[in-house]
Ligand binder design. Structure first.
Ligand code: CAA
Length: 255
């Protein structure tokens, strides 16, 4: 792989989007490499948590690659969005293991959409976030019109998208767009620490949590029913037996 770097340690997979010359912008090849990396990690039982970040200190991802789509037709534009949803953005949101976006700089357009499709976002204090597509005569095409209102509410989302303005990390935190803001030098360690905490808990229960919470955002199912069903299924797992036994034996569980 050329544009995606992967490192796995202690149940944590670190994915780095590596196109520094284009501020890690998402071209077709990068989307395809990210997609196949996710497929590979989905089936890797050693991996329990993913962290996604951008190469360098300046950008997480500066958006979809404008140079690549500048000459696209209506049909090609629609295909670009549809393929992106299918290959990457829906895959991230529905990934069976938690994904933390380590937002280490500009997260614009498709870059912010990528972070929003992840389950958790931690930003460095130099991060700038925005959906500037309307300044290009476009709208967000990788889920931004849907996921931004879920995170910040309808009014703030309309403001951010129609003004095409960037907000700083602190405002993103106040608005609920990112979970936490830390100095840039502490970003990697903060994400690793959170990932490690998650990795120590029952992987099957963590996965069930993601399905139950996703159920609440899916119009076609009842989230409460998903929770009831997932809760019940936990009782059939070895991890439930280990977790409860460890509690009763006053020791730490070994998942
Ligand atoms: N696509 C392609 N190339 C990009 C890029 C992008 N989204 N963002 C940055 N680059 C390239 C620049 O063209 C430049 O390359 P060259 O040196 O070959 O000219 C290089 O990265 C460095 O960028 P700048 O010189 O512009 O750096 P800067 O510090 O002056 O500005 C920036 C940084 C404010 C992030 C600016 O690069 C910028 O505004 N980028 C575009 C952001 C944007 O509009 N993103 C939305 C894309 S559309 C989209 O994402 C649609 C969708 O929803 C699917």
């Amino acid at each position: 792989m050329e544009n995606v770097l992967l490192e796995i340690n202690d149940h944590i997979a670190q994915i780095t989007i590596h196109r520094p010359q284009a501020l890690n912008a998402l071209n077709k090849q990068t989307i395809s490499e990210l997609s196949s990396t996710l497929d590979e990690l989905s089936g890797n039982e050693d991996v329990r948590v993913l962290i996604i970040t951008g190469s360098g200190n300046k950008a997480f991802v500066a958006g979809a690659d404008i140079k690549e789509f500048a000459e696209f037709s209506v049909t090609e534009g629609a295909q670009l969005a549809a393929l992106g949803h299918e290959m990457l953005f829906d895959k991230l949101e529905n990934f069976p293991k938690p994904i933390i976006a380590a937002v280490n700089g500009f997260a614009l357009g498709g870059g912010l959409e990528l972070a929003m499709a992840c389950h958790i976002r931690i930003a460095s204090d130099n991060a700038k976030l925005g959906l500037p597509e309307t300044s290009l005569g476009l709208i967000p095409g990788y889920g931004g019109t849907q996921r931004l209102p879920q995170l910040v509410g309808k009014g703030k989302a309309i403001e951010m998208i129609t003004t095409a303005s960037m907000i700083n990390a602190q405002d993103a935190h106040t608005w609920g767009l990112v979970n936490q803001v830390v100095p840039q030098a502490e970003l990697a360690a903060t994400c690793q620490k959170m990932a490690s905490k998650i990795a120590h808990n029952s992987p099957s229960a963590v996965s069930a949590v993601l399905r139950a919470i996703a159920g609440g955002f899916n119009d076609k199912v009842n989230g409460y029913n998903i929770e009831i069903s997932e809760f019940g299924k936990c009782f059939g797992t070895d991890e439930f037996k280990e977790g409860t036994t460890a509690f009763l034996e006053k020791r730490k569980p070994n998942f």
